[in-house]
Ligand binder design. Structure first.
Ligand code: ADP
Length: 491
């Protein structure tokens, strides 16, 4: 290992995740943190800490120069950007390269090609890969955009070219609202992302979100590490993710995996990335590529038994090369829930404050990724995600049941959390059957939860549904001999 000291240009649970991987690899860590995160869990766990600016992200976590200067001052030889913030910023990757710091991720060039939604579409088009029908031309005049909306056919979604995180999208369902929706998307794009450029896509209204983990090793060899399903989304943001998708046939999985590897190959991709698709009526369309570690990476790690963060670090060190043993078949099922500090009974209103007792119920194949401990303060400066709970089990129904039990046994005092909301979703018939689309939340949980009574009723219902499912899941002959099953059924 040539690398010795890794700077972490991030905060919260992902900073902790990176610190743990570094510890296992015998590397020192430097946390580049804002003033507001002095004393945070990642601050306490890292070997060195450098304050790079005040709480507002534009002055700290999004400030390229401050991060570079911090990493250099600490004598780091590489930078891990985590996810969010500067992780998909080609200029940041380039600034690291220029400053002699290894950027733990793809090259700035690959980020430019794939991370930008429009250049990604052009690249995919030239490689003959399946895209959602749309328009991403340079003529951004209203008459041109209106003509294109008509050509594509309603419904159409307008997206900010520089957008991300599920923000800056507007839906056009009627031609009469098209002009207003386009103008409003342009205004929002300008204020949120600094560019008013938009593009249009046919809106697929019963689609599933399926994505493939890709990875390019130090030599440029690219494999996919199978799929995740992230159809449970609120306002286009994922809440519950799982691996592998319950919706793919072997044939679809093979075809989509090939497309994912092809797009990564044409961009000379190295390190971890995610190729996102929408799947509707058994047809799949490329959505975008995220040129970084994904929030939901743990579910892939759980079904494959790999450590993607270590693989990223080793790739940056030029010492990770895929060999036959790295090509694995997924085993069992894994689910991740994003725990937010918000009030599910007040339509997800953010909840801030000092954390009292925090207890995560440890147990086999349960994983808790969190950036806060008892006594820490949840502020309004940053994303309200406070933790991720991940479980693995032999089958999907058992993983669902395990997740519900683990969430029920988790204690977080001091702020409201979306745990009751997560339990209600996990207990919903459509989720259990695996038939949910990206509009699942909009259909069934648009206003959050109504009252505690709802929650109690849902819990009862979930137990009944689960009992039925277990009965339907009569083990096949070979499974019947498995000590796993015999043991589990006795519980
Ligand atoms: P972002 O980069 O902001 O996350 P994406 O393009 O990845 O935006 O889309 C996020 C989510 O928005 C998707 O997972 C899907 O639920 C929804 N979405 C995006 N484009 C479409 C589309 N053309 N049709 C239907 N849903 C879409």
């Amino acid at each position: 290992m040539k690398l010795k000291k890794i700077a972490i240009a991030n905060r919260g649970e992902v900073a902790v995740r990176i610190i743990k991987a570094c510890e296992e690899l015998g590397l020192q860590t430097v946390l580049l943190h804002s003033d507001a995160d002095r004393g945070s869990r990642a601050f306490r766990m890292s070997d060195f800490q450098i304050c790079i600016g005040p709480a507002p992200t534009s002055e700290s976590y999004l400030n390229i120069e401050a991060n570079i200067q911090g990493a250099l001052a600490a004598g780091a030889d590489a930078v891990h950007p985590g996810f969010g913030f500067l992780s998909e910023n080609a200029d940041f990757a380039l600034a690291c390269e220029k400053a002699g710091l290894k950027f733990i991720g793809p090259s700035s060039e690959a980020i430019r090609k794939l991370g930008n939604k429009i250049s990604f579409k052009r690249l995919a088009q030239s490689a003959g890969l399946p895209l959602i029908p749309g328009y991403e031309g340079d003529d951004q005049s209203i008459p041109k955009l209106l003509t294109e909306v008509e050509k594509i056919g309603l419904p159409v979604i307008v997206k900010a070219a520089a957008g991300g995180g599920g923000r800056g999208m507007k839906l056009i369902r009627e031609m009469t609202e098209a002009k207003d929706q386009i103008e409003s998307a342009q205004r929002e794009a300008k204020s949120a992302f600094g560019s008013e450029k938009v593009f249009l896509e046919k809106y697929l209204d019963r689609a599933k979100h399926i994505e493939f983990q890709i990875f390019g090793d130090s030599t440029g060899k690219i494999h996919h590490l199978f799929d995740r399903e992230c159809s449970v989304q609120r306002r286009h943001q994922k809440i519950i993710e799982e691996a592998t998708s319950p919706s793919l046939t072997d044939d679809l999985r093979r075809q989509m995996g090939e497309v994912a590897v092809t797009i990564a190959t044409v961009a000379n991709y190295k390190s971890a990335g995610t190729v996102e698709f929408l799947l509707q009526d058994n047809k799949f369309y490329l959505l975008e590529v995220n040129t970084r570690l994904q929030v939901e990476h743990p579910v892939t790690e759980e079904v494959l038994g790999v450590d993607l963060v270590k693989m990223q670090i080793l790739t940056a060190d030029n010492s990770f090369v895929f060999d036959a043993k790295d090509i694995r078949i997924p085993k069992g099922h894994s689910i991740e829930c994003r725990v937010y500090a918000e009030n599910p009974y007040m339509n997800g209103m953010p909840s801030t404050g000092k954390l009292g007792t925090v207890h995560w119920p440890e147990g086999p194949r349960r994983r808790f990724e969190f950036g806060f401990d008892s006594g820490d303060v949840i502020t309004s400066h940053y994303d309200p995600m406070i933790a991720k709970v991940i479980v693995w089990d032999e089958t999907r129904p058992r993983a669902i049941e395990k997740m519900i039990r683990v969430l029920k046994d988790s204690t977080i005092f001091g702020v409201h959390t979306n745990i009751p909301y997560l339990i209600a979703i996990l207990s919903h018939d459509e989720f259990i059957k695996g038939t949910m689309t990206t509009r699942f939340i909009e259909h069934y949980f648009a206003d959050g939860l109504k009252s505690n009574h709802d929650e109690i009723n849902r819990k009862k219902l979930s137990q009944e549904i689960y009992k039925n499912l277990v009965q339907k899941f009569v083990p096949q002959q070979t499974e019947a001999q498995s000590p796993w099953l015999t043991f589990w059924r006795g519980v």
